[in-house]
Write a protein that binds this ligand. Structure first.
Ligand code: ADP
Ligand code: ASP
Ligand code: MG
Length: 442
């Protein structure tokens, strides 16, 4: 019998009612043997995610401010779940230990990981499955880099011993035994790693929407779900900001050709989205697959006469950025111009120093900096070799009176990225969606 790995995100495990739905989903298919859970997320608009509360607690401790009230909210939520589910996992003892290690300055990663750890314990007890801790199995090196081969080996050996198990998402350990987390949303990566380790036939990622939608449902009303999408398209969309799946969740399963199925815990009959190595755009008759983006980029535009005949100019520009540990997002260039697009988060407070260094080392004729830029990516393998797509996209933006500050098209013709002002971000996404949505509907 094949094996399915099911990962449940924060809203799917937010309380005992949601865990009841999880149980029904697991009971409905005996192939669903290995379960990965996030920490409890929001139960309603305005609620707090356990992970956010735990980070907040740690920040308080770091600043010598008591965090008792916040900590108590976390304790109460888990205790309420334990009681409603009628299971006993020794929460008092667990919380006493967490508190002690928190006060001792164990650090943000450890405290943040406890949401997943405790939730996996509760879920395992409730589903009657073994609890298998990710600590010691999901491995990072001493610099915090994820070790895929070592992890795969340790995890597959351990999981062979369990006919079914619940594994906490989001974290693992470094060689010194310290807990290390992935970046936010990282339980998606754990799910993918587990799917690879047990050679699953499918990696099911259960969340609160009907799969991957053509645009962020918080921006576009009722966007169409995507039935099939390729790993490559999905990677573009998630990297650009479609937060439904962590951008790095593709890698572990991609190499083993394990499809990912994004499903809705609140509507388990819905087929959701299948992520496979080769989506068939002709089947869905679509030109574009999806639109995603994010705000807060800075663009540094350089102009220098005869730049193109000066060998190594761009290399030196990128060398300056490298010195600050900055990786750029895009690098559109003309004959005598070059622009680098950098996320504001990466720039930190270094912009002034970087501009000084550019001035000294590259002697540009002119440098302009554009702040508050948003990037919007329109993605789809259906766009390649088809004329008129770009014209339609730019017409839609012009009609919506959105000023385009930058254009970049990947050589694969799978995406067109435009830079617009932050304030036009939502308008741009809606305009592009409306320009293509009709065609995409079957
Ligand atoms: P989980 O807690 O299950 O991991 P997330 O909150 O990380 O869920 O991701 C699901 C959310 O992603 C949705 O509720 C939705 O608001 C948001 N989202 C953003 N872009 C998209 C998209 N293109 N398709 C679906 N959901 C999207
Ligand atoms: N709980 C973690 C977060 O909120 C990881 C996850 O949910 O995937 O980021
Ligand atoms: Mg998520």
């Amino acid at each position: 019998m094949g094996i399915k790995v099911a990962k449940f995100g924060g809203s799917s495990v937010a309380d005992a009612i949601q865990l009841g739905k999880v149980k029904n989903i697991i009971d409905a298919d005996p192939k669903r043997k290995y379960i990965v859970v996030s920490a409890p997320g929001k139960r309603f608009d305005g609620d707090s995610k356990i992970t956010d509360l735990l980070y907040l607690c740690n920040t308080h401790i770091e600043h010598n401010v008591p965090c008792d009230q916040i900590y108590q909210v976390v304790v109460d939520r888990f205790k309420a779940m334990e009681m409603s589910l009628n299971v006993h996992v020794g929460l008092d003892q667990e919380f006493a230990e967490i508190r002690e290690r928190l006060e001792a300055g164990e650090g943000a990663d450890y405290i943040a990981s406890r949401g997943e750890y405790l939730n996996a314990k509760l879920t395992a007890a409730y589903l009657g499955l073994d609890f298998v801790d990710a600590a010691g199995l999901v491995k990072f090196n001493e610099k915090g880099k994820f070790l895929d081969e070592e992890t795969d080996k340790a995890l597959s050996e351990e999981l062979k011993k369990h006919d079914g198990a619940v594994i906490p998402g989001f974290y693992g350990t470094m060689p010194n035994g310290k807990i290390k987390t992935f970046t936010r949303g990282g339980s998606d990566i754990t799910g993918s790693i587990v799917a690879k380790a047990v050679n699953a036939e499918i990696y099911e990622n259960w969340t609160d929407v009907h799969g991957f939608l053509q645009a962020d449902p918080r921006i576009v009303d009722n966007p169409e779900p995507i039935q099939h999408i390729s790993y490559a398209e999905l990677r573009e969309l998630s990297y650009m900001g479609a937060s439904v799946l962590h951008e790095n969740a593709i890698y572990p399963v991609r190499g083993s050709n394990i499809p990912i199925n994004i499903r809705n815990t609140n509507d388990p009959e819905h087929p959701g989205t299948m992520i496979v190595s080769q989506a068939k755009p002709e089947d869905d008759g679509r030109i574009i697959t999806g639109i995603a983006g994010s705000k807060d980029f800075v663009v540094i535009n350089l102009h220098k006469n005869l730049m193109s005949s000066e060998p190594g100019y761009i290399k030196r520009l990128l060398g300056i950025l490298e010195g600050y540990g900055i990786s750029f997002e895009h690098l559109p260039s003309g004959i005598d111009t070059a622009s680098v697009v950098i996320s504001k988060k990466q720039l930190k407070n270094n912009l002034g120093d970087i501009l000084d260094e550019i001035d000294r080392k590259l002697s540009p004729d002119n440098v302009e900096v554009s702040h508050d830029i948003a990037l919007v990516a329109t993605v789809g393998t259906g766009m390649a070799n088809r004329y008129g797509t770009a014209a339609r996209l730019f017409t839609a933006l012009a009609e919506a009176r959105v000023n385009i500050r930058m254009i970049d098209q990947g050589s694969s013709e799978m995406n067109i990225i435009v830079g617009v002002e932050n304030k036009d971000f939502e308008t741009a996404i809606r305009a592009i969606y409306n320009a293509f949505a009709k065609d995409n509907r079957k």
